[in-house]
Write a protein that binds this ligand. Sequence first.
Ligand code: SF4
Length: 280
Amino acid sequence: MADKPKPARKAAPTGKPAGQQARKPAAAGQPSKAVAARPKGGEVATPAPEGYQSLIEPRTGLAELLAPVGGFGVTLSNMFRKTVTEQYPSEKVPAKPRYHGRHQLNRYADGLEKCIGCELCAWACPADAIYVEGGDNTPDAQFSPGERYGRVYQINYLRCIFCGLCIEACPTRALTMTNEYELAGPTRAGMIWEKEDLLAPLREGMLAAPHPMVEGTTHTDYYRGEITHATDAQRAWVAEHRPDDPTLPGGAGLDVANELAPTAAAMAATVAAATKQGSR
Ligand code: SF4
């Protein structure tokens, strides 16, 4: 015997406003999404459910009157503050002293290079941005104290993340980072900086490498910082092997010598100008 059909159950009141009452289940094949009934034209917004209490305290009196223009208070208060806009690039703000900018390959006080081509910086680099090839120093071509020097040195600034792990790895403090941050370039190839771009400019008292070490010293004396300038014997050696060297006394001068490394010299000038500007 077939079951007697049950009478339809009347929906229990939910306490919700008329527009939010649960709708009838959709018939088979119909979308089941419950859609709130739209208020008819002219109806006001649905009142808050019974028992609902807003945490926003209602404004009264003058506060209610000024509320529409209250948002302009932030604008007005900022109009009279000191401007913080930086006029870059016409005015360059110096970076913080420990800022990680582009690298520099340093020299000893007599002009010999500090890099010994050990490749530790390349191994330490997490971005594989550094490429080093070491070479042997010879009596005719001594570029750094000791046996080895960095024959090829490249940093790919498309890869470098300026983490500074390379300068931590360097055993001779040959590699350090400057505050220079203007490193954009028009070509990808130009973003690979060579040794000539990274070498520190020659300063007063230095002789361009290669030349022999200071007579009677070892590489340990160099590491200890006991070399303070180039000696007469070193100058005589350079005069004999490179009479036209601009770093010799009476030569074309340090500016001409540094033109061989124009990037490093230009960077040094930029940093000096920025530092001067910052100290005003
Ligand atoms: S920069 Fe320092 S770590 Fe890198 S190859 Fe030269 S000496 Fe070694």
